[in-house]
Design a protein around this ligand. Structure first.
Ligand code: FES
Length: 307
């Protein structure tokens, strides 16, 4: 078991994780500010992009220290790295507060390494500005080591534990070609979401009178069961985006018509299906991810009555 896996399984961190995470959730209620920090307007988590700025600046500064006559440039890079670590930290904390506990343990040590790096580079800048250039270089090298440990844990968090990746089913690969029969429309309750299975796929299905909307059931954020979520609509005054479903785990909100993200922490669109009802009342589905040519081929080969 490597060090990252040990951290993942260590309940000793849970006290700190709980208090810090509650503090972040209190300070950052759901809304436009939280959505911006998660990266909802960009359709991608913002933290991985922003964290490159301090890492790039600090790595460059440490490399410049190997060459004579680069003191001024190294100072500028260190200062730029410290300034850019502020938004990187804010976005990271927002994402971290909506993770599972074992992910939060790794995230806590990842954040502590980043804080340690920022502190060491700040001390390095002060040392350089007060004439202790040699001490400044040693502090920079130590800061880069701390940042590298943080980067290793960040990689484990994102790539092994899947924080930031979409957890929705890859419907384009799992749903076969052509329209698929789901069930008779009369088998679906009106106005209440249910889960239905299509081969390997779990689906969130919502019927509103003669209309049926279908999304992948596993939430894109961390795989929560959307069919257990709350549906809000224009009619009850809780939404201005048409029918939306709120994930029961961390509150990501998706439009049921097309799976687009209304509120984070999810940033990836929830995969959705086109639906039609046949003359015999059978609900049929087709993934929206198909390319245009494949869709044309299918509709040419399977004429259906439009809903
Ligand atoms: S699993 Fe986190 S919001 Fe759905």
């Amino acid at each position: 078991m490597d060090i990252a896996e040990r951290i993942e399984r260590s309940p000793a961190l849970d006290g700190v994780v709980r208090s810090l995470s509650e503090g972040v959730v209190r300070a950052l209620p759901a809304g436009p500010r939280a959505d911006a920090l998660h990266g909802v307007p960009f359709g991608q988590p913002a933290h991985p992009a922003l964290v490159r700025l301090p890492l790039g600046c600090w790595t460059s500064a440490a490399l410049l220290d190997l060459f004579p006559g680069t003191e001024r440039a190294a100072q500028t890079l260190i200062a730029a790295g410290i300034a850019s670590s502020v938004p990187a930290t804010a976005t990271g904390l927002a994402d971290w507060s909506a993770l599972h506990r074992h992910q939060q343990r790794v995230g806590l040590v990842h954040a502590a390494s980043g804080a340690c790096a920022a502190t060491l580079f700040s001390a390095s800048l002060i040392a350089r500005l007060t004439g202790f250039s040699k001490a400044g270089k040693v502090l920079s090298a130590s800061g880069l080591t701390a940042a590298t440990v943080g980067g290793y844990l960040g990689g484990h968090l994102a790539l092994r534990l899947g924080a930031g990746a979409s957890h929705a089913e890859p419907i384009g690969h799992l749903a076969g070609l052509g329209w698929h029969d789901l069930c008779p429309i009369d088998d679906l309750p009106d106005g209440r979401p249910v889960r239905r299975q299509l081969g390997y796929l779990s689906l969130f299905v919502l019927r509103r009178g003669p209309e049926v909307s279908v999304l992948a059931d596993h939430c894109a954020h961390l795989g929560g069961p959307l069919h257990q979520g709350r549906v809000v609509s224009d009619a009850d005054g809780a939404s201005t985006d048409g029918d939306c479903v709120i994930c029961p785990w961390h509150g990501s909100t998706f439009r049921v018509s097309d799976g687009s993200v209304v509120h984070g922490p999810a940033t990836a669109r929830q995969p959705s299906f086109r639906c039609q009802i046949t003359e015999t009342g059978m609900v049929q589905l087709q993934p929206r991810t198909l390319d245009r040519r494949a869709r044309r081929r299918r509709s040419a080969s399977r004429p259906r009555s439009p809903r």
